[in-house]
Design a protein around this ligand. Structure first.
Ligand code: EPZ
Length: 423
């Protein structure tokens, strides 16, 4: 397993381009199952999760061609000949569950392995199943698979009341509702930018959707959808991650393609901590106003609140802040595994239940640390950029799931970072 070696090397200066959003691309790709005409995605990120979703769609008989080095995904599912998503692929990435709704909507039946949990929590899919049942689907759970059927071969419109916000369940329901007979209303729907991006793509395919971006989405089902070409929205989590690099190291970095509107709550927290964010015609310029940022308190919430996917990275910044910060993780039950690794670097963190209390220290020290999940891995790299000496982050396969060319992007702004290939 490869590792990444990063050595604290002072302020960072220059430009970092932001790629297309992993979490948008992973819900856009299953949309190809809704039509037998070609769907092409541009601005796609080159990530291992995208390759996993590609393999899953191909296992169902869909064609997926990665063009221009993977930035363009040309897809077509006219050859769909298998309605079973196998455990050996689904277990690698829980977003695989997003093929359930589209397959059910298109052909009236689907068999999808239950994804299983992951490092950050149990992550059940009960809300996905309940939403599809509200559209008439019959679900039979046996031998680790969901066997789903739509009576008469077609879903019907219904009212879906989510008990709490779920991004994935909203996406599965939205995908399925486009072809259901009649009107579907999703209540307490997720409002993330990736949901709006999915709705924009589905509308380009001929779907009738209103209210995306609010907590109530209304879909008028249609009989068929056409092909389309759609650009994947910019990755707000990659954006936020790299905004933290000059905040923790000093210097000034411009994030190309960054849009503040995708991360308002996060930007306000950074400004509260003493970071200056300037909107430019190329993106966002970020620098800290003084030698040390101030400690600020964070609570993770569904959009438009502070994103849970930036909690680990913000914790790295708070480890070097002036003062005591509390970070409350309200979305996942076990998303503080980066804390013990940061403590190995001299951070002072107390974790009690869903709250971490961080007492900032003047200087972190480099150390060998281990990545435990995607966002934890990059928080350790951020800490290593600011630490004195060398930090070796092992198990960087986690990183490859969600960040393309980390070494290249950070080296370009002056970071001392390299990837160590290990057999
Ligand atoms: C999406 O996961 C993202 N993944 C996650 O990003 C992100 O952290 C999460 O949304 C929250 O923003 C993708 O988009 C591929 P949820 P998802 O359903 O859809 C519970 C990353 O780092 N829940 O909004 O799985 C669940 O356990 C990843 O890029 C149920 O109980 O998140 C969690 O506690 C990590 N039953 C909470 O709801 C369900 O049926 C929110 O989960 C579904 C979810």
């Amino acid at each position: 397993m490869d590792s990444i070696l990063v050595t604290g090397n002072g302020p960072l200066n220059g430009e970092i381009p932001i790629a297309g959003a992993k979490n948008a691309c992973l819900t856009l790709m299953p949309a190809t199952l809704l039509s037998d005409e070609p769907l092409t995605l541009t601005n796609a990120p080159r990530l291992s999760d995208i390759r996993t979703m590609t393999a899953l769609l191909q296992s169902l008989g869909a064609e997926v061609s990665a063009l221009q080095g993977g930035k363009v995904l040309a897809m077509s599912s006219h050859g769909l000949n298998n309605h079973t998503a196998d455990y050996d692929i689904v277990r690698k990435m829980r977003a695989s569950i997003l093929v359930l709704g589209p397959m059910l909507a298109r052909d009236g039946h689907a068999v999808v392995s239950l994804p299983g949990g992951c490092a950050i929590g149990a992550r059940p899919v009960d809300l996905h199943l309940k939403a599809l049942e509200a559209m008439g689907a019959e679900m039979d759970l046996r031998d680790g698979y969901v066997h789903a059927k739509a009576p008469g071969g077609r879903l019907r419109g219904g009212v879906v009341e989510f008990p709490f916000v779920s991004v994935g369940a909203t996406e599965n329901a939205l995908l399925a509702a486009t072809l259901a007979k009649g009107t579907t209303v999703l209540k307490r729907a997720a409002r993330e930018p990736e949901i709006i991006d999915l709705a924009n793509c589905l509308r380009a395919m001929g779907a009738q959707i209103e209210g995306d971006g609010t907590d109530t989405i209304t879909i008028q089902g249609v009989d068929r959808l056409n092909g389309a070409t759609h650009p994947v929205v910019s990755d707000r989590i990659e954006l936020g991650t790299y905004m933290l690099a000059p905040a923790i190291c000093g210097g000034e970095v411009e994030l190309l393609g960054g849009k503040r509107s995708l991360l308002e709550a996060f930007c306000q927290k950074l400004e509260e901590a003493g970071v200056e964010i300037t909107e430019t015609d190329k993106g966002l310029k970020v620098r800290r106003k003084m030698d040390r940022v101030r400690a600020v308190d964070v609570v993770t919430e569904p959009f438009p609140g502070f994103p849970t996917d930036l909690q680990a990275q913000m914790m790295a910044l708070m480890c070097t802040a002036d003062g005591v910060a509390t970070l409350e993780e309200k979305i996942f039950e076990n998303r503080f595994m980066h804390a013990p690794e940061l403590i190995r670097m001299g951070a002072q963190i107390d974790v009690h239940g869903g709250t971490a209390t961080v007492t900032g220290v003047k200087q972190l020290k480099g150390a060998p640390v281990m990545a435990t999940d995607l966002r934890a891995s990059v928080s350790l790299i951020l800490a290593g950029l600011a630490a004195e000496g060398e930090t070796r982050v092992s198990r960087v396969y986690h990183l490859d799931r969600g960040y393309e060319h980390v070494v290249r992007k950070l080296s370009a702004v002056g970071a001392k970072i390299e990837r160590i290939k290990e057999e």
